[in-house]
Design a protein around this ligand. Structure first.
Ligand code: SF4
Ligand code: SF4
Length: 83
């Protein structure tokens, strides 16, 4: 197998699709009192917009997919409708 076959076609890069925050109809809201710091949300976010240090979410690029909320084992992220 050569090196070409060993790389994925793409991987998450913050803002790679432009300002994906404009796609959003729902936004994730972190409930810090519930967060255990497991980092699953950071790991799974396809836009790479959750900060590892404090789980702050960059809403300029968060597209509102809800994967972070779905993967959080303690329900520390809620998806709420955009106004
Ligand atoms: S909803 Fe969550 S997983 Fe989806 S882009 Fe926004 S921060 Fe990332
Ligand atoms: S997945 Fe949930 S508990 Fe884990 S770091 Fe993210 S918000 Fe916190």
């Amino acid at each position: 197998m050569n090196d070409f076959c060993m790389y994925p076609l793409s991987w998450p890069v913050r803002g790679a699709g432009g300002e994906t925050g404009t796609w959003r109809t729902r936004r994730p809201v972190l409930l810090p009192e519930k967060c255990t710091g497991c980092l699953l949300c950071w790991l799974y976010c396809p836009e790479g917009v959750i900060a590892k240090a404090d789980r702050a979410i960059d809403l300029n690029y968060c597209k509102g997919c809800g994967i972070c909320a779905r993967e959080c084992p303690v329900h520390a992220i809620e998806m709420v409708k955009e106004d």
